[in-house]
Design a protein around this ligand. Structure first.
Ligand code: PEP
Ligand code: MG
Length: 753
């Protein structure tokens, strides 16, 4: 029997020699197609490259009319070649001209060829071009011949990716791979980063494409697969994932794939065809991606992620790749499909200018950590990981949620201006840090910041905030892979208080559930998680958990002031139940001789509308109330805060919401209760101005917002605003929206927005 793999191996060896020879790019391509045609006993071999304008241009041919090179072209989706590129699938036809997509290009003289085999040139699942062989005689190419041509096409993919074809691209035209791309995503972390792409998932380089010794390479594969399986088994047997849960389901899927015969067979076949293990993994991964990427079934798309992840793990086993270990540029912008928080921390912070994710959500751990580190982040950037190449220039705009890959010069210039402008503004805000936050007419406003991790703390002095108005304790739980123990909680709170150095900190007890997912608490699927078993409801049903946290807080604040507040209070009675638990902890600690906090303030978040009809009792029960305007608005207007289709549908500065807020202020004033507000609206100068206008004197926001809000209030005559705003809100006949009124007021009175 003929050794099926001998042909491809001879060919690959020959191609490797060609790659090493000092040839001009066109000459190299011509020789490559000649070699392929000879080796495959084909009369024609042609190579088409996808240009930025979507045309597939003939770059080299053996057998067709050579004058057509760089002239003949097909559109993406047009003809057999265009179909292959568009679908990223191979075509194997014994009677090409009867195929519905067949298009005849007269300049090539290809009418006499009946058999046709074409393969996409893939990189990370995306088509860069097409490689074709043709024969006059009608024949169907064997599976192993298709496989061999696909393997060969990887060399061409590397040539394109390495930029070698730029020199023979006609002036004024651009290859698709170098095309500037702008993708809109979601802004997750403010700031603008200019720099160069670092792909988080490794991609191999051409030098290691072809193997010298099949058996040795098969052996390497077996060993790497062995270690991969062991590492997955180890992860599965670790205590923190051995319970039922998502982690486990994902790892079980990995384990299944790691033993998948089909996958292993494809890898072995690619190695027998002459590829190194790394190249084989890349090839099989690319083929799988190309096949699965168009699937709409979300279950199967999830499986694609698993496969991708597994392939990346295997590549890491093979290459010993450690993220960021070698040659990280000083302006690295990390591009990843998805990423864990710990993986981000593997990169040196000083080199990272931005983070771009194909997946991700505002509440993804990696996003929370990146934001806390002050890294601009854009997520939901569909396709970026396949479009970007290492070292491509890239701009991350975390202000507008846009990514510009390989930006043109004018875009780069515009952004350089934008960055300069931002830096200047930042400097002005920094100068305000020590300026007292008093309005032009002398009213003192307390500006506090929101925080959730220890990394946020330096911002306290950098922003000039007078304290932390909201410390989201759930973040520690969200980024941990196992539940933080009591001493870990205590240690965080102690550190926070130490670093706050006497500035007040308001700790909010666990607010998990809803959009805040903690992987190790598995509860039943909920149809409406925002209205479900979350926050204080969860804490009261799991009193052990709440008591543990209260104990950690009490101990951490020994001898100091402790301010704590409870999230999602719906009925005043919940506060009483929580206070009983707090009292139990206080008694418990004093019985065992622990020092207690010097003073204790007990507060409630006002974010569920039912409290609006219990305002008097509520204020009676607590030392302070903090309005969580994000949730209060969500529940009041019945708009999901995480659903971009409706989240911006109604105006937070509309009359209904402002009337509600005004009502809260009135009761707080009447009952002499300290009132703050810590939702997003506190952080925008215009809405912060509205809040002051309806009577708020204490607001808490993200640290970056302190400067702009302070700059606004320093220029504000608050008395004058109040006088005009309150009637405006009560007005039932005005055509003018409150937002318009506020903008006009700012304009007319020189308020800096
Ligand atoms: C809010 O709901 O407004 C709030 C501050 O809390 P969170 O955003 O954490 O739900
Ligand atoms: Mg809330």
């Amino acid at each position: 029997m003929r050794d099926l793999s001998a042909g491809p191996r001879v060919l690959l060896r020959r191609l490797r020699e060609l790659m090493a020879e000092p040839l001009e790019p066109q000459e190299r391509l011509d020789q490559i197609v000649r070699q392929i045609a000879a080796n495959m006993v084909a009369e024609v071999c042609s190579f088409y490259v996808l240009r930025a304008d979507g045309a597939l241009e003939l770059f080299a041919t053996e057998g067709l009319n050579k004058d057509a090179v760089h002239l003949a072209q097909l559109k993406m989706g047009q003809g057999l070649v265009g179909t292959i590129a568009a679908s990223a699938r191979s075509l194997n036809l014994s009677d090409a001209q009867s195929h519905p997509a067949f298009t005849y290009l007269p300049e090539t003289g290809e009418e006499i060829y009946n058999s046709f085999m074409g393969v996409p040139i893939l990189r990370a699942g995306r088509s860069l071009g097409v490689l074709v062989v043709q024969n006059k005689a009608r024949r169907k190419y064997r599976e192993d011949e298709v496989e061999a041509l696909e393997t060969t096409s990887m060399i061409l993919a590397e040539m394109i990716a390495a930029g070698e074809l730029k020199q023979i691209t006609r002036p004024g035209l651009e290859l698709d791979l170098n095309r500037p791309v702008t993708i809109e995503g979601d802004a997750y972390g403010d700031g603008i980063g200019l720099g160069h792409v670092i792909l988080h998932e490794p991609r191999i380089v051409v030098t290691e494409l072809l193997n010298d010794d099949i058996d040795a390479e098969l052996q390497r594969l077996e060993e790497a697969l062995g270690s991969l399986r062991i590492s997955i088994d180890n992860m599965l047997s670790r205590r923190d994932v051995s319970m039922e849960g998502e982690h486990r389901a994902v790892l079980e899927a990995y384990r299944m794939f790691a033993h998948d015969r089909g996958w292993v067979r494809k890898l072995e076949e690619a190695i027998r065809n002459g590829l190194t293990c790394e190249a084989a993994v890349e090839k099989v991964q690319s083929d799988t991606r190309a096949r699965m990427i168009h699937m709409t079934d979300s279950y199967l798309r999830e499986r694609l992620h698993d496969f991708d992840d597994l392939a990346n793990r295997l590549l890491r086993q093979l290459t010993g790749f450690v993220p960021g270990s070698k040659g990280l540029p000083q302006d690295a912008i990390i591009v990843a499909r998805a990423m864990g928080a710990a993986e981000l921390l593997d990169y040196p912070r000083e080199a990272i200018r931005g983070l771009v994710l194909e997946d991700g959500a505002v509440t993804s751990h990696v996003v929370i950590v990146a934001r806390a580190m002050g890294i601009p982040v854009v997520g939901q950037v569909i396709g970026i990981a396949s479009l970007a190449e290492n070292r491509d220039s890239i701009i991350v705009d975390g202000e507008d949620g846009v990514v510009h890959l390989r930006p043109l010069q004018d875009v780069q210039d515009a952004y350089a201006d934008k960055v300069r402008f931002r830096a200047k503004r930042q400097e002005q805000f920094r100068a305000l840090r020590t300026v007292e936050p008093r309005t032009r007419d002398g009213k003192y406003i307390t500006l506090q910041m929101n925080a959730g991790l220890l990394v946020d703390l330096p911002q306290l002095s950098e922003s000039g905030a007078s304290g932390i108005g909201l410390f989201r304790t759930e973040l520690q739980f969200m980024i941990a892979s196992t539940m933080p123990k009591v001493d870990e909680q205590e240690s965080l709170y102690r550190n926070v208080l130490r670093q706050a150095a006497g500035s007040p900190v308001t700790f909010r007890t666990l607010d998990i559930g809803g959009d805040k997912v903690v992987p190790y608490f598995r509860s039943a699927e909920e149809e409406n998680p925002a209205l479900g078993w979350r926050a204080i409801r969860f804490s009261l049903d799991r009193p052990g958990l709440l008591r543990t946290q209260l104990r950690a807080l009490l101990k951490a604040a020994a001898g100091a002031e402790l301010k704590l507040m409870l999230p999602m209070i719906t009925e005043v009675n919940e506060l009483r139940l929580a206070r009983e638990l707090l009292n139990k902890e206080v008694r418990h600690l004093s019985r065992f001789g622990y020092q207690l906090p010097r003073s204790l303030q007990f507060g409630a978040m006002l974010e569920v509308p039912s409290l609006l009809w219990q305002l008097e009792e509520l204020m009676e029960e607590v030392d302070f109330v903090s309005v969580g305007s994000n949730d209060l608005f969500q529940f009041l207007m019945a708009v999901d805060r995480g659903n971009s289709r409706v989240a911006d549908r109604f105006d937070t500065l509309g009359r209904p919401f402002l009337r509600v807020l005004r009502q809260i202020v009135e009761v707080a004033n009447r009952t002499n209760t300290t009132l703050t507000l810590c939702g997003e609206i506190a952080g925008k100068p215009l809405s912060a101005m509205a809040l002051l206008g309806i009577g708020f004197r204490n607001i808490s926001m993200s640290p970056a917002a302190i400067g702009p809000v302070k700059s606004m209030l320093l220029s504000l005559d608050l008395g004058k605003l109040e006088e005009a705003l309150l009637p405006m809100i009560a007005d039932t006949s005005s055509e003018k929206t409150v937002r318009e009124f506020l903008m006009d007021f700012a304009d007319a009175n020189g308020v800096s927005l």
